[in-house]
Design a protein. Structure first.
Length: 342
């Protein structure tokens, strides 16, 4: 004979907390709409009873799921990880939950994930990549929910057309900042190391412009893997030692391969910044404590997250958006790995 007890109901919670069922419902869906004392009583009753809200039933009544989807390229990217953490905290304060999916830079995977997400009746969608297949664009354009794209501002000779609002930075400006810094630091054969896609092409265009404008040199470009990893930087230095690459300054479009290059130089006895200046992208915490410390392009990821939450809630409340595109900018943080040459 089964000894399982019946699941607790909303009315059980209300009875134990000494409030109405409507108050319980309001506290669980919009905690900022009830007093702190009432909310604590209800939370205590929920814990004691092990109550799990029926979200499907709640959605039928309110027309909202309480879920925001976030489709990101890779969970291994530390910049995205910080952004997602701040996003989650901001959404949670307003009673929303974050559902995360990883596309791994695959347009096919993005399309499958989007179909699955839209089937869950999201209240909003965040896209951490601005370039989509025609199939995905059609789905996004027909989705009747707030859409926010992160990171990639529309730019270039033929700017892409965003499907929603955009919070991000100029990839062109980020590349130009790295190229300009390497040249100003005395490097005369700078090279670019990144993946061959739309955003990386914009970074290279900025990098190339800055280098050519300053010293009239055509910078080299070498492609790395789509998911940035330490081994990419290891491979670059091994090729440099074999004479397959000839450069005295390197801009990696992610800190992971930049650190891989830095550590490999240490292992092989190559002087950084004397033999090779190294600049990364993302300004991971380890960049500050590496020896030598790593120069990197910093993106204000917390500002990205805060602006995204603000725009998202404006759309959910049917308010006029305060901005269509929010440019959070970027900053080159110069450290020991590109110290000025004498």
């Amino acid at each position: 004979m089964s000894t399982k007890s019946k699941p607790a109901t909303l009315h059980d919670v209300a009875r134990l907390a000494g409030v109405s069922g409507m108050t319980v419902s309001r506290a669980l869906s919009k905690p900022d709409k009830v007093t702190e004392r009432t909310r604590q009583k209800i939370e205590q009753a929920v814990r004691e009873l092990g109550y799990v809200p029926n979200l499907a039933a709640s959605q039928l009544v309110t027309g909202r799921s309480g879920i925001i989807g976030a489709m990101i390229t890779t969970i291994t990217n530390p910049i995205l990880a910080t952004t997602i953490e701040v996003l989650q905290q901001g959404l949670a304060r307003a009673g929303y939950h974050l559902l995360i999916g990883e596309t791994r830079f695959s347009q096919d995977e993005e399309h499958k994930l989007l179909r699955a997400f839209l089937g869950r009746q999201l209240d909003g969608l965040i896209l951490a990549y601005g370039y989509h297949s025609a199939q995905t664009l059609a789905l996004l354009q027909s989705a009747d929910i707030p859409l926010i794209e992160l990171w990639d501002l529309p730019e270039g000779e033929v700017p892409r057309q965003p499907v929603g609002q955009v919070v991000g930075f100029s990839n062109w400006a980020a590349g130009a900042a790295a190229g300009r810094h390497l040249v100003e630091s005395g490097y005369r054969r700078p090279a670019f190391f990144g993946y061959d896609d739309e955003r990386e092409n914009l970074r290279f265009a900025g990098f190339r412009h800055a280098v050519r404008d300053a010293i009239g040199v055509e910078p080299q470009r070498f492609n790395t893997s789509p998911i940035p990893q330490v081994d990419d930087g290891v491979a670059v230095i091994e090729r440099l030692v074999r004479g397959e690459i000839d450069c005295d300054g390197a801009f990696f479009t992610n800190d992971m391969p930049a650190l891989g290059a830095l550590f490999t130089c240490q292992r092989l006895g190559l002087d950084v910044p004397g033999r090779l200046g190294i600049c990364g992208f993302g300004d991971m915490p380890i960049a500050r404590v590496a020896t030598p410390s790593l120069t990197s392009v910093r993106i204000p990821s917390e500002r990205v997250a805060d602006a995204t939450v603000e725009l998202l809630f404006q759309r959910i409340r049917n308010e006029a958006p305060s901005a269509v595109n929010v440019d959070v900018g970027c900053e080159l943080v110069a450290r020991e790995s590109t110290a000025l040459r004498g």
